[in-house]
Design a protein around this ligand. Sequence first.
Ligand SMILES: *[C@@H]1O[C@H](CO)[C@@H](O)[C@H](O)[C@H]1NC(C)=O
Ligand SMILES: *[C@@H]1O[C@H](CO)[C@@H](O)[C@H](O)[C@H]1NC(C)=O
Ligand SMILES: *[C@@H]1O[C@H](CO)[C@@H](O)[C@H](O)[C@H]1NC(C)=O
Ligand SMILES: *[C@@H]1O[C@H](CO)[C@@H](O)[C@H](O)[C@H]1NC(C)=O
Ligand SMILES: *[C@@H]1O[C@H](CO)[C@@H](O)[C@H](O)[C@H]1NC(C)=O
Ligand SMILES: *[C@@H]1O[C@H](CO)[C@@H](O)[C@H](O)[C@H]1NC(C)=O
Length: 552
Amino acid sequence: MELYKLKRGGALAVTLIIILCLSFWYHSAPNKIMAPKKLIMLSEKEPEAQRTNMTMNFKIPTENPKIASQIQREVDEIVNQIESMITKVELLHKDNTTCAEKSKATIVNPKTSYCVGDNLVVQVDVFDYLGNRKTYGGDYLRARISTKELNAGASGKIEDFHNGTYHVHFTLYWEGKIDLSILLKHPSEAVSVLWNTRNSWYGYVDYSGKFTNQNQQTETKCGFDLNKSEELCEYNDERDEEYFYCMKPPSYECDMLTETKSWTSGRSKLTELEATLFDKSSLRVEIPKDFQPVIVTSCNNNTDRKKHEKCGIGMKLEYPSGHFMNNVWIPHACSMKSNHNLEELNACMQGKVIYILGDSTLRQWMLYFQSKLNDMTILNLYESGWAQKIWGIDLKRNMRVSWKRHANPFISSSYQSFREERTIPREIDLIGGHDKTVIVLNIGCHFRSYPVHHYIRRLVNIRRALVRLFRRSPETKVILKTENLSAISNSYEINSDFHGFVHYFVFKLIFKDLNVGFVNGWDMTNAFDAKEVHPPPEYIQNEIDLFMTYIC
Ligand SMILES: *[C@@H]1O[C@H](CO)[C@@H](O)[C@H](O)[C@H]1NC(C)=O
Ligand SMILES: *[C@@H]1O[C@H](CO)[C@@H](O)[C@H](O)[C@H]1NC(C)=O
Ligand SMILES: *[C@@H]1O[C@H](CO)[C@@H](O)[C@H](O)[C@H]1NC(C)=O
Ligand SMILES: *[C@@H]1O[C@H](CO)[C@@H](O)[C@H](O)[C@H]1NC(C)=O
Ligand SMILES: *[C@@H]1O[C@H](CO)[C@@H](O)[C@H](O)[C@H]1NC(C)=O
Ligand SMILES: *[C@@H]1O[C@H](CO)[C@@H](O)[C@H](O)[C@H]1NC(C)=O
């Protein structure tokens, strides 16, 4: 199927659009004009219709179409939902923003003793730097309970009353002395800023494309948002309404684009005043508590020890969904087999074809398999850079497991083949599927630097691809991993977990009713409190154990 349309842009564009409207024959010319966005879409029930020339003829490009496509409507609806969740506040002075140190956390209905399984509610009242009570919500908080000596931890759920008061709901899952921690990750004023800056431009990431003609090469600027008055090559996925451009190098054809790379530009969209909200001292600050760690005993209550059914595909995505104990993940709704040994791993992988499509956090799964499965060989695919695809093959067990990056946007500063670049929906479309097929997906971190509609559109398209897959092959197993929390970093503007929080919301909304298995990385990294750049092996082991529980 033809994925990319080539376009000659520039001042010619308007003229050519007119020609296009008049001339039927123009559609067979090699370079075509395509509208950059909002083309009228075809129903996903008839993917073949897009290949007919009828649809081509009637999709006259327009910058301002009257009828939004189905995809566009879905995207807009979700953007509006998030929009309505975010508290919009004007920033006058840092003094008027939420100050963790001046805020306080108290236990609602404290008890003298607690039993395993009890719920504990903590009220958080927030104040600004001047000590004034805040009268609106929207602060981005993070809550966790833990017992360090036991390597135990779990997430808490936050309820925002939008009046400066929050309730954090915890369940006391284990016996012992449990610490509660509530961090103010960003004041609502910073959340507002993050939401606006992210959605206002494309300047956080720069792209370069390499064009190749025999032994000649040249590099040019690429991106989602290039100056339309230049002559551009346009790389379209019309069905999925995804667009990407490169400046057309003189004397190269558009289809000579062979490789692309991208990197964070270091540019900022923050004003001086806004930047004060992101200095180290005002990020991830603990909110003072007027209480001690709580002591939890079993109270001879063994009801929580009751045997759950095995974690399986089709179970809901929940938060919190479990807790760590001795660094082992214990899901609440189902039971998971922990610490698979090599024999079990090999037995589980026997005969399977496993496609892992995602970012570096799923690449960690691949590396885990690589380190454990001693009969698996890694093929040399003659690529380079950390984002190269990985194929592992175990001939004895007729097993293949592969990792491939989820494609643009995928920030990787070494050149990667553009010819083999395919989005997850396009990859899924190429998989026939059967009961030995397993697909594992994750996507998120690399979208944090772009307007959110890119992420939503990709997820909508992944969902459509999964619906098509399950129609042809209901027995194919699909496992979806949610984004992980980011380690502490400097570039909050683009890496903030608030962006990840928005992504989690979108992810849940779009995939909640699919028959898939979830690995809740968002919950698990919070509960584990991973501080490394990438979570350590004992953490990954738990994600893999959950995965194995699903597929074996
Ligand atoms: C394209 O149009 C021509 C002439 O109208 C027709 O014969 C041909 O079948 C069409 N192709 C497709 C794929 O529909
Ligand atoms: C905001 O902060 C400024 C500077 O400290 C202060 O003068 C002003 O009274 C504050 N405004 C409100 C509404 O608290
Ligand atoms: C026992 O634990 C369950 C939750 O696991 C809780 O609902 C119940 O109230 C507890 N019973 C007692 C007597 O503490
Ligand atoms: C905020 O709203 C909640 C729920 O309506 C209420 O319990 C709480 O007292 C309110 N806080 C303030 C400061 O008004
Ligand atoms: C876009 O390109 C045209 C022609 O090169 C140039 O005149 C114009 O200033 C550019 N616009 C922007 C926003 O860079
Ligand atoms: C989550 O993954 C991203 C990369 O995909 C990484 O930058 C980040 O540090 C990870 N977070 C944790 C807690 O490991």
